[in-house]
Each structure stands twice: as C-alpha cells, then as structure tokens.
Design a protein around this ligand. Structure first.
Ligand code: GUN
Length: 606
C-alpha cells in the first residue's frame, strides 16, 4: 500500500495498480448479468471478486479456469480477488473442499488475491465457539501460506460480535503476516442493520493490524454503509447488492432504496435509466429489467465510492460520514459508536484541514478532532472570559490580558482568533457579545507577541512560543490584510504564519530552536544514514528509512528530521502519524521543505 491522500483514518492508497477505497463487485461465474469486461470499460470497475469454490465445483468452469487462467476466463484485465467457500459454509453449513485444495486451486488459476478457508463466526456463537473458530482459522492460515505461491493471500479476521475476540483475532492474524486482511463474519450483522457491531469489528481490526496492509470488508452490501467504513480506513469493499437488489426489483439511490413498484419519478439520474420511465421498466420482461436495474445499482454504488474519494481529497470525510449517517437510525447509532473510540481515532487527526469545520449536529462536537483541540487548549489558564462575534479582537475597544473566548470548542485564548478551527468553523447559532469588566489591557504590540507565542504553544507544545521567539522580535504583516505573515527573531526568519489556517510553517532557524529546546524524541522523525544524506539535500523522507519517531506526531504536523545522533537533517511536514511511519514500507512519510547541509547542530549548542 502506498498512501496518496488521507483524511483521518480514511485514505486513498495505491495497491497493485488500483486505487482505494475500491469497490469489488461480486461476480458469480455461473450467473453473469453484467460482464466483467463491461464493468471494466463502462463502470470504472478495476477490481472484482469471484468465488473460487463455485468455479472448483463446476467441472466446466474448473477446467476452463485451469486451462485459460481466471483473467482470460472472465475477460477482465483488472485485479481479481477470489473467495474460498467460507461463505458457502455460512449459508449451507459445510463445504467439500479443504483449505489446502482451495488455496492451491486459487493459485493455479492465477487469482491476484486468494483467500484461505477461514471459519465463519456466526452472531449466535458463544465466545468459546468463536475463539475456537479463530484459532482454527489461524492454524489454517499458517498452512495456507505454504501453498500460496506468488499469489497474495488474504487472512480473514473473524470474531462475531465480540470486540475482545475481534482484537484477539487481529493480533493473531497480524503475527502470521498475510498480504491482505478481510474482515469476515459480518454479513448476518449487515443484513439485520446491526451497523454498530460492524463498526466495532472494523475498529478492532484497524487497531491491531499493521496499518500498511489493506483492509477489506467482506460483504459490505448496501452502499449507504460505505462512508462509515471508509471513514474507519477500510480500503476494499465487496458487494453483491447491485445484483441482489435488482433481482428483488429494488433500486439503490444515494438517499435510500426504493421498490420499482413504488416509484413514480426517478429521484436521480443514471445512465442505465436514461431511456425508461418506471412504468416502462415494470412492463419489461424480467431478465431485461434485472439487467437494467443491476446496471443502475452498480452505477450508484460506484458513484458512492467517488463521493467518498472526493470527500477524502477535500478533507471533509467526517462531515460527509456524519451527513450520510442520517440515512438510517442504525447508521447514526453506528456513527455514535465510532465516536466512543475517539481516543484511538484522534491519533490520525491533523491539526487543521483544507476546509472549515462544519457543524452538522451535536455529534460534530464529539469528533476525534475536537478531542485533540481540547487537549491542546488545556495548557491555557485564563481568567477573563468573553463571548464575541468574529473577528474577535475587532469587536473589542481594548484587548484584555489573560482573556479567553467561550466557544463550542471550549475556552479559547483570544490570541488564537485566526487559527484553525476557531476562525474556520461554521455553527448554526448567532455569536453573542458579552464582555465582563477587566483590569489589565494589552497594547497592539503586546497582543501580536502574545499571539505568536500562544499559536506556537497551541500548535507544538507548551513552551514552544518562548523557545521560538526569544530575542529581538520583528513581526512582518500583510499589506493587504494587516495579518501577521512572518516572524523574524535576532535577524533570523523563524516561521511564517499561514493565511489559510493561522498556524505556523517553520523555517530552518525556527526548527533549530525547537530542536535545541525540546529533548529527543519530541517533534522528531529519526532516519537512517542512507536517507539522511538525501534529506539533507531537501529530498522527501520515505517511511522505509524511518528508525523511530515521536508518538505524538499527527499527519500534517511540522516535524524535525534527525539522524541517529539527533543531528538535524531536514524539516518538513508529516504525511503519516508515527505508528504508520514505522510500519509502511512504501511511499513518502515526510514532505521535506528544507534540508540542513552538513552541520552538527547538536554540537553547535554544546
Ligand atoms: N464473505 C462474506 N463473509 C465472509 C467471511 O467471513 N469469510 C470469507 N472467506 N468470505 C466471506
């Protein structure tokens, strides 16, 4: 997996030539309604899933697949994943194939990602039954690795409705080291709209699996669940909903599902419906109608994936998921369950986003992002509490010392008036003006200095403001807006204040000051010697060269790149959090802005 874009735990990655999040339509090789070639050429499908057990059991297909290979047989040039028969075990109670046989078969027909024969864990199983199923799955997983050849091997995470056993399965399967991790045993939960239990299963997997490996949701079903799954970092989905609903004369739409018999007007456009009215479809022979409905449903499912990807790129995935969760009360319940895990999710949250923080409802204030804000605000101890419309200081005659503004995020120092999200947020209520009496006031110059120090403390850590701006301070403002743009101390350019989010971009001189003031590991990404050479020349840091890092690093943070002796090598912006930097073996993890030509910065201090 190579990380391309991210928004929290949601991510766009490159994997084996396709982009994630990716929807693999389920193709039943015995009952093809939309041909894989059509899916590829007309629907933008570049990965699909089919069932190797069905192929294996059908002599005609088995022979063809072995002779021509799976890609030729299906006439599909994209990525093909195969399942193993475990789902048939769930539906029919048993299968005739062994783990070894089905893994070898998938390998021999040229599947790109094959699945071992895991043991399906039903929702009604006892904890003991589930634990036994997980242990047997792990045993078979080790066996499957021996027979997989060059094929990528998927190791499903079972665990039924027990979060503890989901965690246990994730750790166990992670140790076996598969190429790909589907989350299994969730179809019966999905069918009963038990989304809250599904999100718990996903979170346990994301917590304990290697973050650089793809995670797949087996049988993701209805596209209305995709946004929540993608929010939690699910990379692949498979779904047979497009065809299942078509057979049932139902149409998928972004706002829900409708029976054809109840539709008077199509509420959305889709190419499949272009030439028909609902009445035309009802009057059609069944086979033709099923195909049209399946095509429509597939368009709608693929479109949902596009909306999700666009939301990730726009860094609006939380808002999007929050709005989408209103489609069904059980989705909203699941979303609220997600918020209970905000401590874990906060580790993936940036300090600012491209777009303003939009409030969509009371859940918005429980987002993991808000938890991070509250933690960083805790360091400020203020006694004059105001309520003000924005821009805050423009609504005051004089600037009080020691003041904070009461906001939906908590008490925010007045100096953070231009910083994200305090200036970049939208709420559905009016801002009031309440100014209590205060004794001490600040001059405009004092307020500017308090501003740069408080922003640095908020952005980096308590004490960063003093470390960065100790000395003769010169503040350079924008001629157009009058806002602070650059800070020079003792003749050195320390940092620029970004217009978009009111947070700092460090310059080399600023980085050196932080490096000196904060002990090893704080703000550091430690790279090996091979990498250091290149980073000194301003080249980006690749995760495979990372030897260690500060656990508190979040995506988007300004970081200090150092070598093993803690010599400053470069400064840049983190693309990943520390855990991800250590685990990913492909791709960039720090976008370097400036390298430090050979200079022993530690020695300079001594
Ligand atoms: N398809 C839907 N659920 C599952 C599962 O738990 N395991 C496998 N192998 N396939 C599935």
């Amino acid at each position: 997996m190579e990380l391309k874009h991210r928004d929290g735990l949601a991510r766009i990655c490159k994997f084996r030539g396709v982009e994630t999040p990716n929807l693999m339509p389920v193709v039943n090789p015995n009952k093809i309604v939309i041909s894989p070639r059509d899916m590829y050429e007309r629907f933008g499908v570049n990965a699909l899933i089919t069932n190797s057990y069905i192929i294996w059991k059908t002599p005609r297909l088995r022979e063809r697949a072995l002779k021509e290979g799976l890609h030729n047989m299906l006439d599909f040039p994209g990525l093909i994943m195969t399942d193993s028969g475990t789902f048939q075990q769930h539906v029919y109670g048993d299968v005739e194939v062994t783990n070894k046989q089905i893994v070898e078969f998938q390998r021999d027909i040229g599947s790109d990602i094959g699945t071992m024969l895991d043991v399906f864990t039903e929702p009604h199983y006892t904890e003991e039954e589930v634990k036994n199923a997980i242990d047997e799955t792990a045993r078979r997983g080790k066996e499957a690795k021996k027979y997989k050849g060059n094929m990528l091997l998927a190791g499903p995470i079972q665990g039924s409705i027990y979060p503890k056993l989901r965690a246990y399965a994730s750790k166990l399967m992670n140790r076996i080291d598969f190429d790909y991790y589907p989350i299994g045993g969730v179809v019966p939960l999905m069918e009963e709209y038990r989304y809250a239990e599904v999100v718990e299963a996903i979170i346990m997997a994301k917590k304990y699996l290697d973050p650089s490996k793809p995670v797949h949701l087996f049988g993701a079903g209805h596209p209305m669940f995709f946004p929540l799954a993608a929010l939690l970092g699910v990379d692949f989905f498979d779904s047979a909903a497009y065809i299942k609903y078509a057979r049932d004369n139902r149409l998928l739409f972004p706002q829900g599902t409708m029976y054809l018999k109840e539709i008077k007007y199509f509420p959305y456009y889709s190419p499949a419906l272009e030439n028909y009215t609902p009445e035309d479809l009802r009057a059609m022979p069944e086979e033709k109608r099923t195909k049209i409905l399946a095509e429509h449903n597939l368009y709608m499912s693929m479109e949902e994936i596009n909306r999700i990807k666009e939301a990730i790129i726009e860094e609006r995935i939380w808002e999007y998921a929050e709005i989408r969760a209103r489609q069904h009360p059980q989705l909203l319940r699941a979303y609220r369950k997600i918020l209970k895990h905000r401590r874990f999710l906060e580790k993936f949250e940036p300090k600012s986003r491209k777009n303003a923080f939009f409030y969509t409802g009371e859940e918005s204030m429980q987002r993991p992002f808000v938890l991070g804000i509250k933690r960083r605000l805790r360091q400020f101890d203020r006694h004059v509490i105001l309520e003000l419309p924005r821009p805050w200081s423009a609504n005051l005659e004089t600037i009080p010392k020691d003041a904070a503004v009461n906001t939906p995020f908590g008490l925010v120092p007045l100096e953070l008036e231009d910083s994200y999200p305090f200036a970049q947020s939208e709420f559905p209520w009016e801002e009031r003006k309440i100014v209590p009496e205060f004794k001490e006031i600040m001059s405009a110059k004092e307020f500017d200095i308090a501003k740069i120090k408080s922003i640095a403390d908020y952005q980096f850590a308590k004490g960063a403001g003093d470390a960065l701006f100790e000395g003769e301070i010169k503040i350079i403002k924008s001629k157009n807006t009058g806002k602070i743009r650059n800070v020079v101390v003792d003749g050195e350019h320390i940092a620029s204040l970004r217009a978009e989010d009111g947070l700092f971009t460090l310059k080399l001189a600023g980085a050196k000051r932080l490096h000196r003031a904060f002990a090893f590991h704080k703000f550091r990404v430690i790279v090996n010697e091979d990498s250091a050479q290149f980073n000194r020349q301003g080249k980006n840091v690749f995760s495979k060269f990372v030897m260690g890092c500060d656990d508190s690093i979040r995506p988007g943070d300004e970081v200090l790149v150092v070598d093993r002796e803690d010599n400053l090598v470069a400064i840049g912006k983190a693309i990943m959090n520390c855990w991800e930097m250590k685990k990913f073996s492909k791709g960039m993890c720090v976008k370097v802005r400036e390298g430090v030509e050979h200079e022993k910065s530690r020695l300079v201090k001594k």
